[in-house]
Ligand binder design. Structure first.
Ligand code: ZN
Length: 143
């Protein structure tokens, strides 16, 4: 018996295949902010377009973020228009470690500043972060 399809996203071949089997379940992860140098996860993020909905489920996002001891978020993004994908603002709810209220009308600049802060904090402990990476040295020697 086919299971109900819960998402507004188109089904991929794996999803169609998976749904044939009773007793199995899976959920897509939306976004994992990662270090660009070592791929260490920095935040677990559930994404949703802001249609004025009051609530987006985040049970799995919180479970994963809690287990990894990373910040977890639901990010509602608002675009300029239905046919214009330019993001103009975010509503953001932190769901890990604690669940906060939804912070409204966060500018793209403010959200990127927060994301950069996660990267900066990680850089202090990143194994791939070095001041001089001589293996990748491509410049000329300093005088
Ligand atoms: Zn790193």
């Amino acid at each position: 018996m086919a299971r109900h399809w819960y998402s507004d996203q188109p089904q991929n071949p794996y999803s169609r295949w998976h749904r044939k089997y009773e007793g199995l379940a899976y959920i897509d992860l939306d976004a994992i902010e990662v270090c660009k140098k070592c791929t260490t996860p920095l935040a677990i993020i559930e994404l949703t377009k802001d249609f004025g909905q009051k609530f987006k489920t985040f049970k799995l996002t919180k479970m994963i973020a809690d287990k990894l001891e990373l910040p977890g978020f639901v990010v509602y993004y608002r675009t300029k228009g239905i046919m214009d994908d330019e993001i103009i603002s975010f509503n953001v709810q932190k769901v890990s470690p604690t669940i906060t209220n939804v912070f409204k009308d966060i500018t793209p600049g403010k959200w990127v500043k927060y994301l950069r802060k996660l990267h900066t904090e990680h850089a202090e402990v990143c194994e791939k972060e070095t001041v001089y990476d001589f293996d990748k040295w491509e410049g000329t020697d300093p005088e």
